[in-house]
Structure formats: C-alpha cells, structure tokens
Ligand binder design. Structure first.
Ligand SMILES: [Zn+2]
Length: 371
C-alpha cells in the first residue's frame, strides 16, 4: 500500500497552515508519493526519508519531482518576454486581456512552461475578475500554494508543483464545492482541447506491475517499498486454487496452494523489471523450496508471476543465468515461474498491508550483497 505517513510531512505542514487560513482543500487529497533515490544502500527503513533528490509522484500518477534550474531555463527558451515576466518573475497580466479568459472549450489547462496538467475546463467559472478562474486543480498535488506578502496584503500565491512557475493566486471566495477561486494568468497556461495531442511532459507516467513471492509477505513488501521508482506494494496471495477468494487463515494451512506474494507497481523509467528481478534474489533465498528461513510451508515458496511475454522471457533468462553462475549456483533454484493468467493475485487482508511500516521491525531475510 502507499506509504503516505512516511512522506507527507512537508505538505502536511503547509496544508495544515492552509486549513488554518480557512481553505477547504482536503488534506488527504494533497498527499504525494515520495521515494528517495538512495535505496540500494544502507538499511531499508533509513531509505524512505525525503531528500533533495527525491522522486515525487502525484496522486494521479505524474512525476512531479521539482525540475532543476537548468531544465527550467531550457524550457523557458520557448517563452515570450511577457510569459517569462509572468511565469519566472511573478508578474501579472492586465485584467480582461488574457487569451484564455473567455475560453469555453472542453479540455485541460496545462502549465505553459513544463506542461503539467493544472486545471480542467469542468472547474472553470466566470468570476468577473478579469482572469481565468477555477474552483479546483485537476490534482491538488500539481499546484503549490505559498504565502505572498507583496503589495501590502497577505495572499496565497500558487505555483506549478513541478517547475515552480508562477500561476497566480488562490482566494477563499470561490464557488462550491471548494469555496476557492484559483485566479490564474492566461500566460501561465497552455490549453489542450479534448482530443488534442498532448506532449509527453503533459502525460502521466506509464506504470507497470510485477509479482513476487519470497517468504513472509510482510518482509518482501517492506523490501520492495524502499526501491526508488516503486510507487506501491501490496501483499496478497497467488498461485493456488482460484475457485474462491482465499483468506489468510486458509492460506496458512497450505490447503489452497497459494503463496504469500506481493504486487509491485513501478515506474519503468526509474527502475526496470530486471532491477526488480535482481533485487528479488538479494532479499530472499530462492533455493529453499517450500520454506524461507524459519517459515515452513508451501505458502513461503519462491515464485515469480509474470504479466507479459517480455517479463516471462526476462525472468526465465534471469533464473537460468543465476543458476549457471550467480550467488545461488551451487544449489538448485526452486523459484516457480508462471504467468499471472493462471496465478490470479488476491489482495491480503488490511492488517497485513504496510505491516512493518506500521509496526516497525522486519522478519525479512538479510539483504544479500550483489554478486
Ligand atoms: Zn510547470
């Protein structure tokens, strides 16, 4: 499951401040997923702290890691002088002059600079103020509020969460359901009508899924949750009798034939499937048959369940290579390899999810060094 409690602090502080100011955006909707980039070293529970190099994903699946100054300057080459003044230097366009003020087409308003989607046409309303107005962002993670005390008044400036570009301000006098008015410069926006082709930077990250069983799922879930590029890990049951949904109690007896497994959701542009395979053989012992350390039973067997021909081919080649010359080559690798088409994944009961993140500790196998 997504580990909001590990990653929310800076936003929680800021959003609490917003709430105190009477703003109505639900705190939970501001949650972003943050994964540090140093997960291949040291112990896993130290790896999930936010760092300057953290990769961040929004709730709707966009990579919102803050862009470097260099990247911003490269993107800014496309801006006009007027756009540059507004976006990079917190300028304001003259009221009733922006080209998107009266736009009534269906579509999405993206950040002019970095193309992150910011506001939908379904939240646009006529405010009479002279600037495009919206009552909510498409994803609260995409718009950052900051206190602006210029011009002798306290206002909430809003910026793009990814490039930091100035958008405008947010006021607590908007319509229902939020009661907010996001007052935005047309120059800070780029409109894409429904059906238009959106550039790659304006699209969500394409996520993939992988499945692994390597003993007690509490530990395997915990180990995968620490990897950069992994967005979510869910504990479950797989590879047994699919005639009915298994329970933990049933799986424990071995009667259903399921293994305790995890579903890993990952961003392949940050961590590849072959990285996940390599990590799998470092966080469990794939030669122990129907056990993993002190845990004995078919539910603790080693297994890889693939969801594409490509994953199957990679996993097969990986196991063969490991058997030939890897860490485990002196023993027989017992890892089961099957397609998810005949090994359906069943999510485990809620109390098994994020077990070590909530309870602390870990029964997982040691992390074996790289070969
Ligand atoms: Zn932006």
């Amino acid at each position: 499951m997504i580990r909001f409690q590990r990653t929310l602090s800076p936003r929680l502080i800021r959003n609490t401040a917003l709430a105190l100011l009477g703003f109505a955006i639900p705190l939970a909707s501001y949650a972003a997923i943050t994964i540090s980039n140093n997960a291949w070293a040291s112990s896993p529970h130290e790896k999930t702290t936010m760092t300057d190099t953290a990769t961040k994903f929004s709730a709707s699946g966009f990579n919102i890691t803050p862009l470097s100054n260099e990247a911003i300057q490269t993107l800014a080459k496309d801006l006009t002088d007027e756009e540059r003044k507004i976006i990079l230097n917190e300028g304001t366009e003259a009221p009733f002059c922006g080209n998107l003020l009266d736009n009534k087409k269906d579509g999405v308003y993206h950040c002019r600079l970095c193309k992150l989607p910011l506001f939908g046409s379904d939240s646009k309303f006529k405010s009479g103020t002279g600037w495009p107005s919206f009552f909510t962002p498409v994803d609260p993670d995409h718009v950052d509020p900051e206190v602006d005390s210029s011009h002798g008044m306290i206002r909430e400036e809003i910026t793009c969460a990814r490039c930091g570009g100035h958008l405008g301000h947010v006021f607590p006098d908007g319509p229902k359901p939020t009661g907010l008015r996001f007052c935005v410069n047309s120059a800070s926006l780029e409109f894409y009508e429904t059906g238009d082709e959106v550039p790659a930077l304006g699209l969500p990250t394409k996520l993939e899924t992988a499945y692994f069983a390597g003993g007690c799922f509490w530990g395997i879930e915990d180990r995968y949750a620490t990897l950069p590029g992994v967005l979510d890990v869910v504990s479950g049951y797989q590879g047994g009798d699919d005639s009915k949904t298994p329970t933990y109690r049933e799986v424990c007896t071995g009667a259903t034939g399921h293994a305790e497994s995890v579903k890993v959701v990952f961003d392949p542009s940050i961590v590849s499937y072959s990285d996940l395979l390599a990590w799998f053989f470092r966080i469990h012992d794939p030669t122990q048959g129907n056990r993993q350390g002190p845990d004995v039973g078919t539910q603790y067997r080693s297994a890889i369940y693939t969801n594409s021909d490509e994953q199957m081919n990679q996993a097969k080649a990986f196991i063969q290579a490991q058997q030939a010359e890897g860490r485990w080559s002196k023993r027989t690798i017992t890892t089961e390899l099957r397609s998810v088409d005949d090994a359906k994944f069943y999510e485990a009961e809620e109390y098994h999810q994020d077990y070590y993140a909530r309870k602390g500790g870990s029964c997982a196998a040691p992390i074996y060094p790289e070969d």
